[in-house]
Design a protein around this ligand. Structure first.
Ligand SMILES: *Cc1c(COP(=O)(O)O)cnc(C)c1O
Length: 393
């Protein structure tokens, strides 16, 4: 980002700046699309808003290869989409006596893991699969975990911490063969991976606006028609097939639609541009700083992701210093109110405290420049040298 009040923003897995084209589309909807889409049978204001929502829905369908408009359920973001997919499908299946077991993996986002945990507390059976040192789930493990009670497999398309891309096709073949639902949290994958619902045998997909240069507070859940039935998380006016009541966020939906359209259009250029920035940063860092380990899969990894352990430093101190110097990155560990919690993703990948506590995530974006990236490497180098000097006393 070159806006004067910000530094070099390298935290695109946390959120992205909103694309100007998205802002432009949204802006006009506040005045022309203020109607309630649910009022479309009453008047033109409702019809106009409904049209805007239909356009957004169509853009998402096109991006995912969906064929029916009922397959797109708008939500408040991917946290809600994940919860609706997992709790909704499991509770409905239990009601229909179709089973009560689901399978997920240790490196999933908290929205998935905590939704599964809450189901476990309610008596559902949950299998949390391990990953290898690159963060990969083995499709054979998925297959081995399936039993007669299994309803759902939820595996993320790409990891938000280390960028590892899951073997989606293979997992989709397994779920298809065994006739269980396949949900994926594709928040980080949109714009980098082809998410065709048919070639991947996907039944449900969670997406979020603000991770793809769209607005915050809006997301969607794709639900294959006739495959999954959901118990809603909340009850009300019966919008979105009765699975997600509440007046639709018309400006947000137009923004999400535009953002996903751009993500598909720009997929090749984003992959190349952002990938070359990441590769340049990684090469320089590994060459010029000692004891840097790259986390995640060496090549089955998002092109915008670089998660590194800079041994002999502390991630929180390093990230704080980088921020003071105008470089915005993320720690591998999360600092909650009182204590530092280690990254559950890295912990699932390997057992190495120094490596886990010195991990920093750089997430590159399409607005970053090579000049910014070079500046960032220089500042990282300076701070690493300083931190290592002091910690050796
Ligand atoms: C950010 C993120 C979410 C949560 O999305 P929100 O729209 O912010 O609720 C879920 N999953 C992954 C992988 C994410 O990166």
């Amino acid at each position: 980002m070159s806006a004067d009040n910000t530094g070099v923003y390298l935290d695109h897995h946390a959120t992205t700046p909103t694309d100007q084209q998205v802002v432009d589309v949204m802006e006009s909807t506040f005045t022309t699309g203020y109607g309630n889409p649910a009022s479309r049978t009453n008047h033109k204001a409702g019809q106009d808003a409904h049209e805007l929502v239909s356009t957004g829905r169509r853009q998402i369908m096109d991006a995912l290869g969906a064929t029916r408009s009922e397959e797109i359920i708008f939500t408040s973001g991917a946290t809600e989409s994940d919860n609706l997919a997992i709790k909704g499908a499991m509770r409905e299946a239990q009601k229909q006596n179709e089973g009560n077991h689901l399978i997920t993996a240790a490196t999933e986002h908290e929205a998935v893991l905590e939704a599964c945990e809450s189901l476990r507390e309610d008596g559902f059976e949950v299998t949390v699969l391990p990953v290898n040192e690159h963060g990969l789930v083995d499709p054979d493990d998925v297959e081995a975990a399936i039993d007669n009670n299994t309803v759902l497999v939820s595996i993320m398309a790409a990891n938000n911490e280390v960028g590892t891309i899951a073997p989606m096709e293979e997992i989709g073949q397994v779920t298809d063969e065994h006739d269980v639902l396949f949900h994926t949290d594709a928040v980080q994958a949109v714009g980098y991976i082809d998410l065709d619902v048919n070639s991947l045998n996907l039944d449900m997909i969670s997406i979020s606006g603000h991770k793809i240069y769209g607005p915050k507070g809006v997301g969607a859940l794709y639900v294959r028609y006739g495959a999954a039935h959901l118990e809603p998380l909340f009850h009300g006016g019966g919008h979105e097939r009765g699975w997600r009541s509440g007046t639709l966020n018309v400006p947000g939906i137009t923004g999400l639609g535009k953002a996903i359209e751009l993500a598909v259009e720009e997929r090749t250029s984003r992959t190349e541009d952002v990938g070359s920035l990441r590769d340049h940063f990684q090469e320089r860092l590994v060459d010029e700083v000692d004891d840097v380990l790259v986390n995640g899969h060496p090549d089955q990894r998002l092109p915008n992701n670089l998660n590194v352990s800079i041994l002999g430093t502390n991630d929180q101190r390093l990230v704080a210093r980088l921020s003071e110097d105008g470089i915005y990155a993320a720690t591998g560990s999360a600092c909650s109110t009182m204590e530092t919690t280690e990254s559950h993703v890295l912990t699932a990948m390997f057992d190495d405290q120094d490596r886990i506590q010195s991990s920093v995530r750089f997430g590159f974006g399409k607005e970053n420049t090579i000049k910014e990236v070079d500046e960032a490497v220089d500042i990282v180098k300076q701070n690493v040298n300083r931190l290592r000097k002091f910690s050796s006393f």
